[in-house]
Write a protein that binds this ligand. Structure first.
Ligand code: G3I
Length: 376
């Protein structure tokens, strides 16, 4: 009798283990597997992840994502801090990481009013550089950088944040010295350096109607010159109450109607109160820390976490609805501790803006997003 009982017990244990294993296998699906066939799912890498010093972060990146973008290392102030002096170590490491892990590699960003080295815009006397000289400096930077990664970086954020919320041109040095032609020129130079690379225009607060129309006009001006532009990047730095999914969808459809792809390029969702109405992502905004602006310094209340989860689900439901138009969704960072949101627009706050928590654990929303793909 005993032998039979033992056999039955072992069989029962094995069945449970198998079920648990099978169940855990389904539950342990990944974001990349879940969204396969719909759109690329990516994340931004910081220096510690690029050099693989943040080993837990790297594990999440390689398990959960199939697309990457450098958070900072390819901005012009880091690549060419002095005229003619390029520093490519971290950017080389970033591209090598992407190739080693079979990722879609995006370059960010070639022309941006922020994080550009000051020498770019001044002549030997400290005055504004001439239009011709700035065009040549822009050409030289773009050509040097894009040529270096020709055939390896598959897409570039060519111009970042050139339109204001009211749809007008940002009065950047690029605009003031060259004029609005700096944008088609940047796209032309990038295409000449790598004819195969996809080329994007990238901006935040794109759900604002006036800004959306400004970007539509910008894209059309590039297309009318017969230049290549493959996508509009909707950064997607979301707040808990803005923009609405409907507002975001309206802009998404407006961009898609131009015959370009739409990419959600810098997705995050702050749970902190907007400071002085600051939404968007204008990096120049920064204010000193005040305790009253940092309500969740120790932990996030369950009801707030649930609201954030539901809002992420609402937006990913929208992206899945338009997966024929949306080719990539990239989170702007891996874990909550990595997020720029902890320091913008107020330094030193504790935000919970991303999909993985400070202990490198997937938030419940990750499982909910995976389930979402099984419903669509
Ligand atoms: O690496 C230095 C460090 O050595 C120094 O001690 C420290 C103190 O100032 O600064 C560190 O550099 C910071 C860098 O992030 C790396 O952490 C810069 O000051 C800081 O300005 C920089 O902020 C980045 C910001 O762009 C400006 O470049 C954020 O990480 C990055 O998330 C943010 O990303 C932008 C996108 O590129 C464009 N769209 C908006 C988005 C959010 O602002």
């Amino acid at each position: 009798m005993k032998v039979l009982q033992k056999t039955l017990l072992i069989t029962a244990v094995c069945c449970c283990a198998l079920t648990a294993c099978k169940k855990s296998t389904v539950e342990n699906s990944t974001l990349a597997k879940a969204f396969a066939g719909k759109f690329l799912i990516g994340t931004a890498l910081n220096s510690l992840q690029i050099f693989e010093l943040d080993t837990l972060g790297v594990q999440i990146i390689t398990e959960q994502f199939n697309a990457i973008v450098p958070e900072n290392c390819m901005k012009s102030m880091y690549l060419q801090p002095e005229e003619g002096k390029f520093f490519f170590d971290e950017a080389d490491e970033y591209v090598a990481f992407g190739e080693a892990n079979n990722m879609w590699i995006t370059g960010h960003c070639l022309v941006w009013h922020s994080q550009a080295p000051q020498w770019f815009f001044i002549d030997e006397n400290g005055n504004d550089v001439s239009r011709e000289m700035l065009i040549e400096r822009m050409r030289s930077h773009i050509t040097t950088v894009v040529s270096r990664y020709r055939g390896r970086i598959k897409g570039w954020d060519v111009v970042n944040e050139a339109i204001m919320d009211d749809g007008s041109w940002r009065q950047s040095k690029f605009y003031r010295i060259i004029g609005e032609d700096f944008i088609p020129l940047a796209f032309q130079f990038a295409h000449e350096a790598d004819p195969e690379a996809e080329l994007y225009y990238n901006d935040y607060s794109t759900a604002i109607e006036a800004k959306c129309q400004g970007i539509v006009g910008l894209v059309k001006s590039i297309q009318e010159k017969g230049l290549r532009i493959d996508a509009v990047g909707m950064q997607g730095h979301l707040n808990m109450d803005s923009p609405t999914v409907e507002e975001f969808e309206k802009s998404l459809l407006a961009f898609s109607s131009l015959g370009v792809k739409v990419m959600v390029t810098e997705l995050d969702l702050t749970v902190l109160p907007a400071f002085r109405g600051f939404t968007g992502a204008d990096v120049s905004a920064n204010f000193d820390f005040k305790a009253e602006l940092n309500p969740y310094s120790d932990s996030i209340p369950a009801e707030i976490a649930l609201q954030q989860q539901n809002r992420y689900i609402d937006f990913f439901r929208l992206f899945l609805k338009h997966h024929d138009k949306v080719s990539r969704v990239t989170l702007w960072g891996v874990t909550d501790k990595d997020s720029w949101r902890n320091d913008w627009p107020v330094h030193g706050r504790t935000d919970y803006a991303l999909l993985f928590d400070r202990e490198y654990q997937p938030k419940p929303v990750v499982g909910e997003l995976i389930k979402l793909t099984k419903q669509n």
